[in-house]
Design a protein around this ligand. Structure first.
Ligand code: UDX
Length: 435
């Protein structure tokens, strides 16, 4: 998401230099191509490159020359125990300290545990000291991003809020950041100035709360399945309360992606380090881990009378962790495919963008299809895993024509509104089945 920020800052007239240590990535970007699928990003990168407002380099030293603000946007993956691995952040901080000559504001945009931004400051200052430079050259700011993949440009250009954490009394840094973000706050001032630690924790709190809403609805959906209630009606009912709101209440096979699973874990770890527990966050993760297995059991339960899952062919629509992205990190669809393969099922897959990434993971264990209709051809059931737009109004006659029998497991409750031919079996998540 660093590229999104860079491109959007350049798009309003700033000169932006992006530094990456991966030579092939830098080459691709210099040629105007982007290595990920993110709607709208390619146009902005190309436009800004042409205007020479956006540059890509591997040379941090030259990039720092004349630079007023330096954003750290490297990833903070899970370290295996659920803690955020800060080695990339530390390496960048060291490199800045080793190369800095002039005054600069260093901004942590990466999602980081509380206290990291101050750690970045002390690493840079240590390095400056070793080089005999003034430690005051650097001041630090925390400025988490709240961009959703697939809609990141829109989120950046029309933010709900711009969270900026500064050290006490550092009005200079706050006012420089305010100036930088002003083009994106013309309608309304969205600048939330706070202390560095609160700013860092705001990001984890936001993601954990959104994830908690999803897990809450997913566990209710399971109850609905048993009780015969309809989670979609309940969602509309509770979401209409303005105190609750209707966003992020869709139940499905669980949340995935590069942020929610990792950040929920990291927040629990931060709490543990401070001798606190966050039971709601723990439950959020537990429910999410169970959700895909629950959906798998639902599928296998329906095939129990029909000889089980082995030698059955499943058409899977969607492998990305959500629609509008090619990202399959922590994708629930991928987990479900793994469970199905383990049970001996055959998988035919269609995803509009994520197929190359899935191929790298599953190789020839999965059959990859060029269209959603090829995918269902001769399949025993269709499983819908990702909320891509093009899945929302499928041509059911074409599906019925090529499927042995129309059996649909809708892991996103995306096509419950479709008028199905007699004999169709349709199962969703917490909504009445059609049999
Ligand atoms: C998220 C945050 O939304 C964003 O603010 C933050 O900066 C990064 O993390 P992202 O990971 O791109 O963004 O995806 P998001 O749209 O939030 O969806 C996350 C997961 O939750 C997806 O798997 C999605 O399918 C699932 N989801 C979302 C639901 O299951 N139900 C919902 O109602 C919404």
């Amino acid at each position: 998401m660093g590229l999104v920020s860079a491109a959007c800052f350049a798009d309003v007239g700033n000169d932006v230099v992006c530094v990456d240590k991966d030579a092939s990535k830098v080459d691709i970007l210099r040629s105007g191509k982007i290595p990920i699928y993110e709607p709208g990003l390619g146009d902005i990168v190309e436009r800004s490159l042409r205007a020479q407002r956006l540059m890509f380099t591997m040379d941090l030293n030259s990039a720092l020359k004349g630079c007023r603000i330096c954003f750290i946007t490297v990833d903070t993956p899970s370290d295996g125990e659920g803690k955020a691995d800060l080695k990339n952040i530390v390496a960048v901080a060291e490199a800045i300290g080793d190369n800095l000559e002039d005054e600069i504001i260093v901004v942590t945009k990466s999602t980081v545990p509380v206290g990291t931004t101050l750690k970045v400051k002390s690493i840079i200052r240590d390095r400056l000291k070793q080089r005999g430079k003034k430690q005051e050259l650097v001041r630090v700011v925390s400025n988490p991003e709240f961009l959703k993949e697939g809609d990141a440009i829109n989120d950046f250009k029309k933010p709900d809020r711009v969270v900026v954490g500064v050290e006490s009394g550092d009005d200079v840094a706050a006012s420089i950041l305010y100036e930088l973000y002003s083009p994106f706050m013309r309608k309304r001032d969205k600048f939330l100035k706070m202390d560095v630690l609160s700013s860092e924790l705001t990001k984890y709190a936001s993601n954990a709360m959104l994830a908690a809403r999803i897990s809450f609805m997913n566990s209710l959906a399971r109850l609905c399945d048993k009780a015969g209630a309809n989670i979609e009606l309940i969602r509309a009912g509770v979401g209409a309360d303005p105190r609750i709101g209707s966003d992020f209440l869709f139940s499905g096979i669980g949340y995935g992606g590069s942020c929610f699973p990792k950040d929920v874990k990291a927040l629990m770890n931060v709490a543990r380090e401070y001798g606190e527990r966050l039971p709601i966050v723990e439950a959020t993760e537990d429910v999410n881990n169970e959700q895909v297995s629950w959906f798998f059991s639902k599928i296998s339960g329906k095939f129990e009378q029909r000889g089980g899952l082995s030698d059955k062919i499943f058409a899977v629509w969607g492998a990305a962790f959500k629609g509008n992205t090619d990202d399959i990190r922590e994708s629930r669809a991928v987990k479900l495919i793994e469970l199905l393969l383990l049970a001996g099922a055959g998988i035919k897959l269609f995803d509009p963008e994520a197929t190359p990434n899935v191929k790298r993971l599953f190789g020839n264990k999965v059959v990859y299809c060029d269209s959603m209709y090829d995918c269902v051809n001769r399949a025993n059931a269709l499983i819908l895993c990702t909320d891509w737009n093009e899945f929302k109004s499928p041509n059911i006659d074409r599906i019925a024509e090529v499927m042995k029998q129309v059996v649909i497991f809708d892991g996103r409750n995306l096509i419950s509104h479709v008028h199905y031919p007699v004999g169709t079996k349709y199962y969703g998540v917490g909504i009445p089945s059609k049999e």
